[in-house]
Design a protein around this ligand. Structure first.
Ligand code: NA7
Length: 542
C-alpha cells in the first residue's frame, strides 16, 4: 500500500515537507526508516552522531558489550538478516554490535535518507497546517507531517557536578562519549568515577593495561559473571533453525528474553537445593540470575537469600576482606539493573587497583593532576567518568518540543513524564516516541521492544492517512489512566524500593517517578493490540 500520493499536496517548492522525520539513527531510527519506506512514506532521519548505531555508536569504552545474549539482541523483522548475520560471542562486544547496525543500514540501503551530525534542538507543531518543524544545531530546518523521536533511553550522558573539570591537565573521558580514535591507557594512571554497568565493564579491561587505577565508588553494584564465550557453530545453527520459536517464546516472557525462569519460591526448597541452584546460575552467568526463583523480586526475605549468596561470592573472590566489604552492596539485588561482567571483582586483587569509597569521604574536587578526596590527592593522567545517563527523559527534554498552543513538553514533564503507552503524549499530535517512558523499554530486550514500537507507530500513521485524517493524538484521559496504571505497576515487587535511574534518582533535582512499565511485555503488547483492535482507543483523529 503506497501512501505517498496522499501527501503530495503538502509539497511546496520553498521547503520540502517529508511525511516523517525520525530523530536518531540507532536501531529504532533504522527500522523506522525501513518501515516508512515499505509503506511508501517519505522519511528523513536526523542523527546527532557521524554514523548509525545510537548507543553502540557512542559507548565505545573498553569492555563495552551487551548484557543480553547476541542471538536475542538482534532484529527479527527480516529472516534473511537474522539467518545471514553471524554473532561471534554469547555477548557481542560493542564493535560487533556497531557493525551489525552498519550492516542493517547498508543491507536496506538506508544511508541515503539519513543526515548525520544534525543534533536536533527544537521540534514545534504548527496547528494551522498540522506539521512539525525541526531545527538542528547547524541551523537547518526540516518540516514533516509526523515526527518520531527515536532518541534512545540511555543517550543523555550524566556529568556529575564536581568542581574543577577545567583545572585538570590530563584527559577526561566519559564512557558514553568515548573518542573514536584509540585511547592509549597503557602505562597510564587512570581514575574511574562510577561503578554502574559502564564502570563494571570497563574497569577490568583498563586495569589490565594501566600502570595504576583508582576506582571511586559511591554505591557498590551487584554484578554477575557474564560467562561470555565464543558461540559454537552447532548452537548457532540450532537457534537459526528454530529462530521463530525462540522469538515467540521470548515474547511470552515479562522481559522479552528467553531463558531459564523458575516460578517457584526460594522457600519451597531446602537450603542446600537453593544454594545449588544459585551456584548453577552463577556458573551459567547472565541476567536471568535473578529469575532463579519466582519470588526473588517480590519478597524481601527471598531477595535476602540471593543477596547473601552474592556477598559470599564477592568475599570468596576478593582477597582483602576490607575491600570485599566495600564491594558488597547493602540494598536488595535487582532494584538497580544487575550488571554482567567479566572479571570485575577479581580486578580488586590486582596490585595496581585501588578502591576509594566516596560515600565515606566524597570527592572534593578535580584538580590539575588528579582527584582530591579530603586531604588525599589521587594522581591521574586520565579520568574516566562512568556516571551513566539522564535516563528515559534526558534526550527528549534536551530538545525544545512544543505541541498545541506552544506547550513545552519539558515544562509539562517538570514533575515527571506522562505518556500514553510510552508512545504518544496528549497535546502533541503526530508525535511519537519509541520505547518512551510508560513502556517496558529498559526493563525488556530493547530490540524486541523497538520492533514492536516501530511496527505499531508506522501502522498507526498508515491507518491515520488511509482514513483521511491529518492528525492522531492521545487523549488526556487515556494518557492519565495509562500513567496511573504505570505508577501502580511500578509498585509491584521490590524494584521501586531502591534509588535507581528507573526512578530518576541518579540525577540531582529530577522528580522521583518510576518511568518504565513494570507490568511486563506480554501485558503491554496485549494492551497495544487491543488499542488498535478498538479503533485506536485513547487516540483522537483530526
Ligand atoms: P549507571 O548504572 O547509572 O551507573 C552510574 C554510576 O556512577 C553509579 O555507580 C553511580 O553511583 C555513579 N555516580 C553517579 N553520579 C555520581 C557522582 N556525582 N559521583 C560519584 N559517582 C556517581 O550508569 P552506567 O552507564 O554504568 O549504566 C547505565 C545502563 O547502561 C546500565 O544499567 C545498563 O543497562 C547499560 P550511584 O549508584 O548513583 O551512587
Amino acid at each position: 500500500m503506497h501512501l505517498r500520493s496522499a501527501f503530495l499536496f503538502f509539497m511546496t517548492t520553498a521547503n520540502e515537507i517529508v511525511d516523517v522525520v525520525i530523530v536518531g539513527a540507532g536501531f529504532s531510527g533504522l527500522y523506522l526508516l525501513h518501515r516508512c519506506r515499505q509503506l511508501g512514506l517519505s522519511a528523513r532521519v536526523w542523527e546527532a552522531g557521524a554514523g548509525v548505531g545510537g548507543t553502540w555508536y557512542w559507548n565505545r569504552y573498553p569492555g563495552a558489550r551487551c548484557d543480553i545474549e547476541s542471538m536475542q539482541y538482534s532484529f527479527e523483522f527480516d529472516d534473511g538478516l537474522q539467518q545471514e548475520w553471524n554473532w561471534s560471542e554469547r555477548y557481542a562486544p560493542q564493535p560487533e554490535i556497531l557493525s551489525y547496525a552498519e550492516h542493517v543500514a547498508e543491507r536496506f540501503e538506508l544511508l541515503s535518507d539519513i543526515d548525520f551530525e544534525r543534533p536536533v534542538t527544537s521540534a514545534c507543531f504548527d496547528e494551522k497546517v498540522n506539521t512539525w518543524t525541526l531545527t538542528c544545531a547547524t541551523g537547518e530546518v526540516l518540516t514533516a507531517r509526523y515526527c518520531i523521536m527515536a532518541t534512545g533511553c540511555l543517550s543523555k550522558p550524566n556529568w556529575p557536578k564536581i568542581e574543577g573539570y577545567d583545572a585538570f591537565k590530563g584527559t577526561i573521558l566519559h564512557t558514553a562519549l568515548w573518542p573514536h580514535e584509540s585511547v592509549e591507557l597503557r602505562g597510564k594512571r587512570v581514575a574511574v568515577i562510577g561503578t554502574g554497568s559502564s564502570g563494571i565493564q570497563s574497569i577490568p579491561r583498563i586495569a589490565e593495561v594501566a600502570e595504576h587505577m583508582t576506582v571511586f565508588q559511591r554505591t557498590p553494584n551487584y554484578s554477575i559473571p557474564a560467562q561470555n564465550r565464543p558461540l559454537e557453530p552447532d548452537e548457532v545453527a540450532d537457534i537459526k533453525a528454530n529462530y521463530a520459536q525462540l522469538r515467540a517464546r521470548a515474547k511470552t516472557r515479562s522481559v522479552g528474553i528467553e531463558g531459564r525462569y523458575n516460578s517457584g519460591s526460594v522457600f519451597e526448597v531446602s537450603e542446600a537445593e537453593r544454594q545449588a541452584e544459585f551456584e548453577r546460575r552463577w556458573a551459567e552467568g547472565g541476567l536471568t540470575f535473578t529469575a532463579s526463583f519466582g519470588d526473588l523480586m517480590l519478597s524481601k526475605e527471598a531477595n535476602d537469600t540471593l543477596v547473601a549468596f552474592v556477598h559470599g561470592k564477592i568475599r570468596e573472590i576478593v582477597e582483602d576482606p576490607v575491600i570485599a566489604a566495600k564491594l558488597c552492596p547493602g540494598n536488595i539485588i535487582g532494584g538497580k539493573r544487575v550488571c554482567v561482567d567479566t572479571d570485575y571483582y577479581a580486578t580488586y586483587n590486582r596490585d595496581n587497583v585501588e578502591l576509594i569509597d566516596i560515600r565515606e569521604s566524597p570527592i572534593t574536587a578535580i584538580v590539575e593532576n588528579g582527584v582530591q578526596v579530603g586531604d588525599t590527592r589521587h594522581v591521574a593522567d586520565y579520568i574516566v567518568v562512568a556516571t551513566g545517563f539522564d535516563a528515559m527523559t534526558g534526550a527528549l527534554n534536551a530538545i525544545d518540543i512544543r505541541g498545541r498552543g506552544d506547550q513545552s513538553l519539558r515544562d509539562l514533564w517538570r514533575e515527571g513524564p506522562r505518556s500514553y503507552l510510552g508512545l504518544a503524549m496528549a497535546g502533541f499530535p503526530n508525535l511519537f516516541t519509541v520505547t518512551g517512558p510508560g513502556s517496558p523499554s529498559v526493563l525488556s530486550n530493547m530490540l524486541l521492544s523497538i520492533e514492536q514500537h516501530v511496527e505499531w507507530i508506522t501502522d498507526c500513521i498508515a491507518y491515520t492517512t488511509q482514513q483521511g485524517h491529518s492528525t492522531v493524538e492521545a487523549t488526556e484521559s487515556a494518557e492519565k489512566d495509562w500513567w496511573n496504571h504505570v505508577q501502580e505497576a511500578g509498585q509491584i515487587g521490590l524494584k521501586h524500593s531502591t534509588d535507581s535511574w528507573y526512578l530518576g534518582a541518579n540525577i540531582e533535582g529530577k522528580p522521583r517517578v518510576f518511568m518504565p512499565y513494570l507490568g511486563g511485555c506480554p501485558a503491554y503488547r496485549k494492551k497495544c493490540e487491543e488499542v488498535v483492535a478498538d479503533g485506536y482507543a485513547g487516540f483522537e483523529f483530526g
